[in-house]
Write a protein that binds this ligand. Sequence first.
Ligand code: NAD
Length: 420
Amino acid sequence: MRAFEATQIFFDRAADRLEIPKDVRDMLLMPKREVQVQVTIERDPDSNCGDQGLATFVGFRVQHDNSRGPMKGGLRYHHEVDLDETRALASLMTWKTAVVNLPYGGAKGGIGVDPSQLSDREKERLTRAFVDQIHDIVGPDTDIPAPDMGTGHREMSWFRNQWEKYHGFKPSVITGKPVEEYGAKGREEATGRGVGILTVKLMKRLGRKAEESKVAIQGFGNVGSHAAKFLHEAQFPIIAVSDVSGTYYSKDGLNVPELLRHKFSHPQGLLEGFEHAEKLPLDALLTLPDAQVLIPAALGGVINEKNVDQIQAPVIMEAANGPIYPGADECLHNRGVTVVPDILANAGGVTVSYFEWVQNRQHYRWPLDRVRQELDRTMSDAFEEVWQTSQQHEVSLRTAAYMIGIQRVRRASELAGSKA
Ligand code: NAD
């Protein structure tokens, strides 16, 4: 199944409950603008990659909706990036910013490239070449990029520097920057921390104790590692984590500080070679019988019709974007599995990106305590609203979250006056 089709099915389930007519659905679903560009760079002299030493990639920026404010969404560097995936992720951003009630719309971008095959200098040239192609359609009041898979604060710095060559000093053009260069304290940890905050809230609501709620996390990158750290500190046993190098398991709980030390000392930030755990095959993590909380924090579509029957965790927190396909989602719902959807669970990142943008525009800096406090409040308020809507309408947390997001975007369009 294509990624955008999956998002549309989730959208339609909520739109059916809201009895939204087809013409309004079309307006809400179709992106405002989709841009595809060529991104060509010169390879390093020692890369041996072709006659002229050039490499050409495809870059995308999809601007989905701006009814509620400037569009906001990450930049992904991954070899599977294509227009369909970027479109799906852009629409998720629209519903996500609406669910947590940030004054933003949704966008997404990326380049179809495997960044592990490029040197740092090549990645810098790639980012600058991409900015050259799209600089006139992004900006602090129109569309504000941020990090996503395969990008981090370095790419954000290069992006800002190149964009400012055209438009002058405006650090609020992009978020997720290094803290010493107008970044927000707490941005890097924000998505994982938000996942952690909601896991604690949900387990309390379900009457389960932290110490008895074993957690398995797929992906130990930015999001997965910060979620692991937060939940470990909140007394949850983290029994398994995985990254591209495999699954690392310990039935009584892994030593998370040790895992983090290993990751940061590995040249590619991997867990490869970590010896204080049992090593299992990559996909074994998803189907562990003793995990009470499963946190997919890597790729989309990892829980699907093929493996849904083997998923045993009663609670799933969608830290990644789109990790569960609609058919599997329905099966899980019918089996009584509680799924906190991506548009709520991983909204911590865009929330602190918003705080960064606000600070940049005010030329003022918040201390870390304030960032964490406001993140906690924003995530908790959104969780309450989604929970109440789900109870009131007897729908899943996902459908409830979409209902809230869609209603807010539709209302903004109505208030603007020209549309339904
Ligand atoms: P990242 O690149 O920092 O980390 C990705 C991790 O997933 C790495 O540890 C990688 O080894 C692992 N991985 C890749 N394929 C895997 C596989 N098949 N099995 C197990 N592990 C695998 O990316 P990230 O920023 O942590 O983002 C992860 C997910 O969270 C993405 O879906 C992204 O869209 C979503 N997300 C990220 C943010 C953010 O602020 N970074 C915000 C919202 C959503």
